[in-house]
Design a protein around this ligand. Structure first.
Ligand code: SAH
Length: 697
């Protein structure tokens, strides 16, 4: 089957119709899936195996047959563990067809075809009965349906249904129980992902302070989970205000209710501060005794135990609706509200002389709605974007550069999504300032936000929003003036890979007719940079596993490899590398430059070369990022910020994703005698806006 998908090309901005076979989606899903990461998660696998063995033994000790239901079998791993542990029969349910097919092959290869029946259905479609999918209800329920937020992948409704229709009363469940933990913290860094801080601008006529509108101050934000590798957050970036507290537990061996509910705990701050953030993670007990425990607790909670790295389960950052000043030892109530798929938090202070009436008040207060952004800023800006706009250092670079290029008679056009540059340009004295937000025009209506923004800062009528795409710009939009300063961060919300922001170059080309002959373009140019790295852990997500706990899963490895190679040239993928430590094996090098003072050329831009591997280590892949040259000596890097050379540790821009190109095979650079081992060819096709790359080791 062929499908046509219409989309705006993120780099060129042009509308295109892509013809995609359904294979494409499969391959994308598998190539970018977490199966490899799960199979590499030794801690998880070992504990599941222990839990499954214990459950099978308990059932056998009761003299019953062990009938296993494995919901979401994936590779079939947990069913094979159960069969090896002596289970009499396993029903392995998998909704994703390519995975169900893979599970059949893997089960067969490992010799379990007579013990494991793979059923390609969603568990809620499974029928029990003599002619059904399952002969009888199961007495062991095994699943791994959890995401970082525990319930985001639909574990609760799946369990609710399974207990009603697919398993026996009193069944054994692996895992037996999950517990969600929370800790209240103050963190300017994390709070800057939700709230816009005042921005200070030194202008000719004194200091200006750009303030967010009041709607934004009190906005609860968006409900989507913020999941990160909290272990990469240095302890200097937050301060814990409470102990770690158990928020709620779910017992998977009993009927589970998925309907919306809330949980409340009492907290006493261990120190005074500003309560802003709730950090949260969970653990699972594989057996009822709690002896087999798999925990996502971050480094400061159990400093002695070795941390298992994993990307399929991380930690959550929840933003309180408002910042709340709290005092040491005062009485607080923290409420977790949840629906079927998501969790959100609310903090209340206990009132003086608490009595029954206050209790009622509390009850009424806690049932808060799931957060919905009212100010539109949280729809316009995602969390990293908030962080970027709040980055004072970055803002200073733009101010410095704007100051160099703006004159009192400047007619300035800014092309970037949800950018504060137009306000900065106005403060710095540009005569006329207009802005265009190309990719946000149809997505959300940012104008109300801007109106509120301008109103809060007495900027009404000072900055004009042009509601047209660059190619439709007319002289009347510009009051019949020519643009003397064209600026962009550049930033566009449709960008996934670093070079997608080259859309600025295409927009600049489209508005060429409106530019004054002596126009200044800021940034004047951009460059693509590249470095070969060894990842501490990220390599696991794309690396073959071979055998997992003694089971041959090479079928899965092959499937992932096929999907990664589905397109003739492999693609780079975006990752926020501040969360994924790596060390450089080569010097960073500039590979392509893009001259924004000129229009996009007709011909392709390509380059070839080689990278010297200067340090010992495993070459897992290349990292690519963009740098923007704002003015003569001012550049902004969206990738590497610093390299500490003795160890090669890299510091990455914390607000941006970098492009990672995983090499298909890994080389150890210590065994290389010739240091120019990696050759590359990179091609930027100016027609399609795509960058194709090839590396040879
Ligand atoms: N059990 C495997 C894979 C876990 S990933 C392991 O532990 O390694 C979870 C899998 O469950 C995914 O393949 C997903 O497609 C599948 N899945 C999720 N919910 C499901 C449901 N309700 N019914 C059937 N499959 C489901």
């Amino acid at each position: 089957m062929k499908t046509f998908c219409g989309r705006a090309n993120p780099t060129t901005g042009s509308m295109e119709w892509l013809e995609e076979g359904e294979d494409y989606d499969y391959h994308q899903e598998i190539a970018r899936s977490r199966y490899a990461d799960m199979l590499h998660d030794k801690d998880r696998n070992v504990k599941y195996y222990q839990g499954i063995r214990a459950a099978v033994n308990r059932v056998k000790e009761r003299g019953e047959k062990a009938i296993v239901l494995d919901i979401g079998t994936g590779t079939g791993l947990l069913s094979m563990m159960a069969a090896s542990a002596g289970a009499d029969f396993c029903y392995a349910i998998e909704v994703f067809k390519p995975m169900a097919n893979a599970a059949v092959k893997i089960v067969e290869k490992n010799g379990f075809s007579d013990k494991i029946k793979v059923i390609n259905k969603h568990s809620t479609e499974v029928i029990v009965g003599p002619d059904g999918d399952m002969q009888c209800r199961a007495n062991i329920l095994v699943t791994e349906l959890f995401d970082t937020e525990l319930i985001g992948e639909g574990a609760l409704p799946t369990y609710e249904h399974a207990h009603k229709y697919l398993v026996q009363e009193g069944c054994e469940a692996v895992p037996h129980r999950a517990t969600v933990y929370v800790q209240l913290v103050e963190s300017r860094r994390m709070w800057s992902w939700k709230k816009l801080f005042p921005i200070h601008v030194e202008a000719e006529d004194g200091e200006k302070i750009l303030l967010p509108p009041s709607e934004m101050e009190n906005c609860p934000g968006v409900p989507s989970v913020c999941d990160i590798q909290l272990n990469q957050m240095p302890s200097s970036d937050f301060s814990t205000l409470s102990d770690v507290v158990k928020m709620f537990s779910v017992d998977f061996s009993k009927p589970v209710q998925s309907a919306s509910t809330y949980y409340r705990v009492q907290l006493e701050p261990v120190k005074s501060g500003k309560a802003q953030i709730v950090l949260s993670w969970w653990d699972i007990d594989m057996d009822p005794s709690g002896m087999i425990n798999c925990s996502m607790a971050p480094y400061w909670v159990k400093p002695t135990s070795a941390l298992q790295w994993r990307d399929h389960w991380m930690q959550c950052v929840y933003f309180l609706p408002r910042e709340e000043p709290v005092l040491q030892a005062e009485k607080l109530y923290l409420t977790a509200c949840r629906d079927e798929y998501s969790v959100w938090y609310n903090l209340q202070k206990a009132r003086e002389g608490e009595n029954g009436a206050d209790e009622e008040e509390l009850e009424a207060d806690v049932r808060v709605e799931s957060p919905v952004c009212r100010c539109r800023a949280h729809v316009l800006w995602n969390r990293p974007r908030f962080g970027e706009l709040n980055d004072q250092n970055r803002t200073r670079q733009y101010i410095k550069s704007l100051r160099k290029v703006l004159k009192t008679d400047s007619v300035c056009l800014c092309i970037s999504d949800g950018s504060l540059l137009p306000v900065l340009a106005h403060y710095l004295g540009a005569k006329q300032v207009q802005c265009m937000q190309p990719s946000r025009i149809d997505l959300c209506h940012p104008h109300e936000l801007w109106q509120a923004f301008f109103k809060a800062n007495n900027l009404e009528d000072k900055i004009k929003i042009i509601e047209a795409r660059p190619e439709l710009l007319k002289p009347s939009h510009l009051e019949d003036k020519k643009i003397s300063v064209l600026v962009g961060e550049p930033f566009f919300t449709t960008s996934l890979l670093p070079w997608h922001n080259l859309y600025f170059w295409y927009a600049r080309t489209a508005v060429s007719a409106h530019l004054a002959s002596n126009v200044t373009v800021l940034p004047q140019s951009a460059s693509l940079h590249m470095m070969v790295v060894e990842f501490q852990d990220l390599w696991r997500i794309r690396s073959p596993c071979g055998t997992c706990e003694g089971f041959d899963v090479r079928t899965m490895d092959d499937m992932i490899k096929d999907s990664l190679n589905f397109r003739e040239s492999k693609e780079a993928e975006p990752h926020p590398l501040w969360e994924y430590p790596c060390k450089s094996l080569s010097e960073p090098q500039e590979v392509l430059t893009f001259d924004f003072t000129k229009t996009v050329p007709q011909h392709c831009l390509s380059t070839e070369g080689s990278v010297k591997l200067l340090w010992k280590g495993k070459s897992h892949g290349a990292v690519l990022w963009m740098e923007y040259h704002l003015a003569a000596d001012i550049s902004i890097s969206t990738g590497l910020m610093q390299l500490s050379n003795e160890k090669g540790n890299c510091e990455w821009n914390p607000h941006c994703k970098q492009a990672v190109y995983f090499f298909s095979s890994v080389i150890e650079s210590e065994i290389l005698s010739d240091p120019t081992a990696v050759t590359y060819a990179i091609n930027f096709d100016t027609k399609t806006g795509e960058i194709a790359m090839d590396f040879k080791l």
